[in-house]
Design a binder for this molecule. Sequence first.
Ligand code: F6P
Length: 545
Amino acid sequence: MEGSRSITESAEWRALAQHHAQIGEVHLRTLFAGDPRRGETMVAEAGEVFLDYSKNRVTGETLRLLLALTQRCNLRRRIDAMFAGEHINVTENRPVLHVALRTPRDRAIIVDGEDVMRKVHAVLDRMKAFAGRVRAGEWTGHTGKSIRNVVNIGIGGSDLGPAMAYEALKDYSDRSMTFRFVSNVDGSDIREATHDLDPAATLFIVSSKTFTTLETLSNAHAAREWLLAELGDDEAVRCHFVAVSTNAEKVAEFGIDPAHMFEFWDWVGGRYSFSSAIGLSLMVAVGPERFDDLLGGMHVMDEHFRTAPFERNLPVVLALLGIWYGNFFGAQTQAILPYSQYLWRLTSYLQQLDMESNGKSVDLEGDPVETATGPVVWGQPGTNGQHAFHQLLHQGTRLIPCDFIGFCRPNHQVGRHQDLLMANLFAQTEALAFGKTPTEVSAEGVGQTLVAHRSFPGNRPTNTILAPALTPSVLGQLVALYEHKIFTQAAVWNINAFDQWGVELGKVLANRIIPELEAADEPSLDHDSSTNALIRRYRAGRNSE
Ligand code: F6P
């Protein structure tokens, strides 16, 4: 495989740098004036997802040069290696096979001599049977009451996927049931999630790949105490707790019946686990058929990514545009702006997906990378963001590429809202691209002192992603689109998108500090002077009332 060193030193990279020097400042106004059909040709489609990338600071030549990077990094070979179950997560010596989780039953994927598809569908079948029983009111709690409340306890990939998708697909969920998602080790999270629930009708799904995560286990213990405080009998745990994990031993140690554990495997990364049993709470909420639709949508995008020519391959095009801005324009961040309130948690989900995957500074060989890697991902749903941070997008000094995501049909019939919403989306991308020149501002009669303040430079790049409606299938397509975009960028940078060693140090240090906070007597501290002083101040503040 080509190293990141060779990519930045490659003829392809140098050609892009030269090209950037030539066209980097060319205005989108000029590009659109020079090609009246640009808005119809710089588009691509996969499944039900349509991408307009014409409002980017690129020419046909830019795309040709960017596409050359895919050859240089052997993208085709790397994609095939992932789908074939090769151990591409080299630092953990594991395959990376979230794509198997949404592959139809009749296909075989052989990993280390074993067909993993049989295991995948065996767990899916168990999930469906379980979800069906809970939804039908047939899964009863300790007192014989039907379960009506489901609380997922997990964090990171064991929380964000189902929590995001539950919000996104709320309209498809069983509205007679209550669904909550608890993640934070701040006790107020579990307290607020449970304070108004009837323990006798509440089921906890403890979701943790490792089943060793501090936050999740602390919250699971707190949930058990809350349940037993009301129901009294330890036996109640049996019908009020199920687990989703790869670690049967730890699940049993916690006291959850292994028969009530839904398994997944170490070849599913935490942030890529949303289509595994980690989606159990979502399946209970929306039902097995809709969960199948979601998996179907993901598979459509997986197949597109695997087979479509790169110049029409949505994840690849998005990835290369991100590289163009991040590596050649020096853009530090990427905004994701869904024009759908249902997608209010999508950006948080994508933050983990992208930043935990590509927030790396050494390459696959362990050598320092020589170029910027993953961007800071941020954003909020429109139109809220327009009244908050869009000022900086339009007139600030930073270049922030934005993805706008919208839908043609709403899930509601509320007034004129849908057209108002989408008019705003289209207006934002138009304003960001074309701006308003001082001449245009003056021509409107604006006094000279205000012209500079009221002018818009434009030339701010955006992608517009449009789909017919926010269905389970479309949500699956969108998630897989971003998963594979991130994969492609990691391939070009030659980094491992599938480990996350960077989260470990903080966990180790927290475990050292916990006993220092809990000690009855003043502990002797040997951190740095700042950490020592903060711990002393906290202990003093906590104990004074
Ligand atoms: O600390 C980071 C992390 O390991 C994520 O990668 C993961 O999604 C999250 O913690 C939760 O881990 P688990 O599912 O093992 O509880």
